[in-house]
Design a protein around this ligand. Structure first.
Ligand code: GRF
Length: 191
């Protein structure tokens, strides 16, 4: 049986697309069984639907109880009995209830060479610091901010004239490849 994967997204979903493409081309030792989002009307949900993958949306309403939202998210993900949860541009931190259930099997990708430049503005921070090299990291999620065990990482050079958009786009090329490779490694490692 292929490894059951739930992917969580918040945006354009190009990382998700990399997994879906790999699956369609027989390069993924796993099956994306559902895609969840905290935002409706995002391109990533259309990508999932186009691939015939079930989707769910769980927004965090203004003023809502964060712990309740987190616990409900865990329940929604749990309905699909995932063996791996991939946070692929999902822009919310997981809370205790989610991590209790899925902390052992949730991975994330980050557009910097962790532990450098954690947080939401990794690409801008790398540019602001004037580094010559940044990169991409796939890591296990823990209760901290981009602080879990590193599973894969690869440097990406900062080129003259780079802005946040051009650099992030170049990093995302690497993130997509590392993510597919890491899912495959985890899938092979479970047997
Ligand atoms: C990726 O760079 C990811 O690391 C970051 O957000 C981006 C998601 O891109 N957290 P996409 O929505 O998959 O295109």
């Amino acid at each position: 049986m292929p490894l059951r994967v739930v992917v969580l997204i918040s945006g354009t979903g190009t990382l998700l697309q990399a997994l879906l493409d790999a699956q369609a081309e027989g390069r993924l030792d796993a099956q994306v069984v559902a895609v969840g989002s905290d935002r409706p009307d995002i391109a990533g949900l259309q990508r999932a639907a186009a691939a015939g993958v079930p989707t769910f949306v769980h927004p965090l309403a203004k003023g809502a109880d964060r712990a309740v939202w987190d616990s409900e998210l865990a329940d929604l993900v749990g309905e699909y009995r995932p063996e791996l949860v991939v946070s692929a541009g999902f822009m919310k931190l997981f809370g205790a209830a989610f991590l209790d259930r899925f902390g052992d099997c949730t991975i994330n990708t980050h557009p910097a060479l962790l532990p450098a430049f954690p947080g939401m503005h990794a690409v801008a921070d790398a540019l602001a610091h004037g580094v010559e090299t940044t990169g991409a990291t796939v890591f296990r999620v823990d209760a901290g901010i981009d602080s879990g065990e590193i599973l894969a990482a690869e440097p990406v050079p900062v080129l003259p004239g780079d802005d946040v958009e051009t650099l992030h786009e170049r990093i995302k090329l690497v993130e997509r490849r590392l993510l597919v490779d890491t899912v495959n490694q985890l899938s092979r490692g479970r047997s």
